[in-house]
Design a protein around this ligand. Structure first.
Ligand SMILES: NC(=O)N[C@@H](CC(=O)O)C(=O)O
Ligand SMILES: [Zn+2]
Ligand SMILES: [Zn+2]
Length: 344
């Protein structure tokens, strides 16, 4: 049997939600990942250090005694975020940075930012105090086609921000286009990107051909195959600016399989296995460790984890549904076979 041992990975983009669902989501990620950047798009959003630390307590309370896990909390940036809050965040190692959601771009983003330009004083403070900016990079103008929203956001906002604040650490989250690959590759060394399993493994045919597949619907939406190929190339290139962030984003089955379904793929139950599938498909499993366990930690200034995990080549099937406190949930890749699994 083929085996692969790598340093324990980290998830640089994760939605855990709140309340009783933490009993499901926290162990699902902690079984593999050591650190995880926890997204703040709760209702109401996690906008202050105080709220983030209270949320972190709820997460840690849901962690089984035999597991270790280090949540790194992202704060939700709004038009009201103050320079004082930036300084407070900079002083607390449990806070990783601020997340920019353009208002209306994605799940629970109503409180998000309407004018990126108005953020200049806060971005200035983040640059000065070394606080990273995590970005959902899509414009929300009604007249901009959903498949163009990432590209337009980069042109309109990200290129200007990186020119105005070259010392700002900026992570373009869950990239989906060749335009994003080009932007990140060409930007200065303070700019990086996370990549999800679904955007590496799939393109918009997997969403729309032969019937609409709500469990492959996430934002930014899956793009055409040529963009998928550009993302794959970037992940396989060994460029340290591109690293793992699952964007695992659980929604119950009833909210996915409906006339207006929620965006988000719940990939945590098979996350590292899905990335292993991608790298194995490209005969590049030797690239998995840097992508999953080295590049992200280095970008954020953390040591590589000392612990290891071992993957074994042994086919298994992702569950069709999972029971959760909020109701049944269909994980990403449900019912499909994966070739690699984590050994206990
Ligand atoms: N990615 C998604 O499709 N959904 C995320 C939000 C996000 O990361 O944009 C969610 O919170 O459900
Ligand atoms: Zn997002
Ligand atoms: Zn997300």
């Amino acid at each position: 049997m083929q085996q692969l041992t790598i340093a324990r990975p980290d998830d640089w983009h994760l939605h855990l939600r709140d309340g009783a669902l933490l009993q499901t989501t926290v162990p699902a990620s902690a079984r593999v990942f050591h650190r995880a950047v926890v997204m703040p798009n709760l209702v109401p959003p996690v906008t202050t250090v105080e709220m983030a630390l209270a949320y972190r307590e709820r997460i840690m309370a849901a962690l089984p005694a035999e597991m270790t896990f280090e949540p790194l909390m992202a704060l939700y940036l709004t038009a009201d975020t103050s320079v004082a809050e930036v300084k407070k965040a900079a002083a607390d190692r449990r806070i990783i940075g601020f997340k920019l959601y353009p208002s209306g771009a994605t799940t629970n983003s109503a409180a998000g930012v309407k004018s990126v330009e108005a953020l200049a004083p806060v971005l200035e403070a983040m640059q000065q105090h070394g606080v990273p900016l995590l970005v959902h990079g899509e414009v929300t103008d009604k007249e901009i086609d959903i498949f163009d929203r990432e590209r337009v956001f980069i042109e309109r906002h990200l290129i200007p921000i990186t020119q105005q604040f070259p010392g700002l650490k900026l992570i373009l989250e869950h990239i989906t286009t060749g335009d994003a690959v080009d932007f990140v590759s060409e930007a200065n060394e303070n700019v990086a990107a996370t990549m999800t399993p679904q955007h590496l493994l799939m393109n918009r045919n997997d969403l729309l051909v032969g019937g609409v597949r709500p469990h492959n619907y996430c934002l930014p939406i899956l793009k055409r195959r040529e963009h998928q190929l550009r993302l794959q190339q970037a992940a396989l290139s060994g460029n340290p600016k591109f690293f793992l962030g699952t964007d695992s984003a659980p929604h119950v089955q009833a909210n996915k399989e409906t006339s207006c379904g929620c965006a988000g793929c719940y990939s945590a139950p098979a996350a590292i296995e899905l990335y292993a599938e991608f790298f194995a498909q490209h005969q590049a499993l030797d690239k998995l460790e840097n992508f999953a366990s080295v590049f992200g930690a280095a970008f954020y200034g953390f040591e590589k984890n000392q612990e290891t995990i071992t993957l074994s080549q042994s086919p298994w099937q992702v569950a069709a549904t999972l029971d959760t406190a909020d109701g049944p949930m269909v994980p990403y890749y449900a019912g499909n076979t994966l070739q690699w699994q984590v050994s206990e």
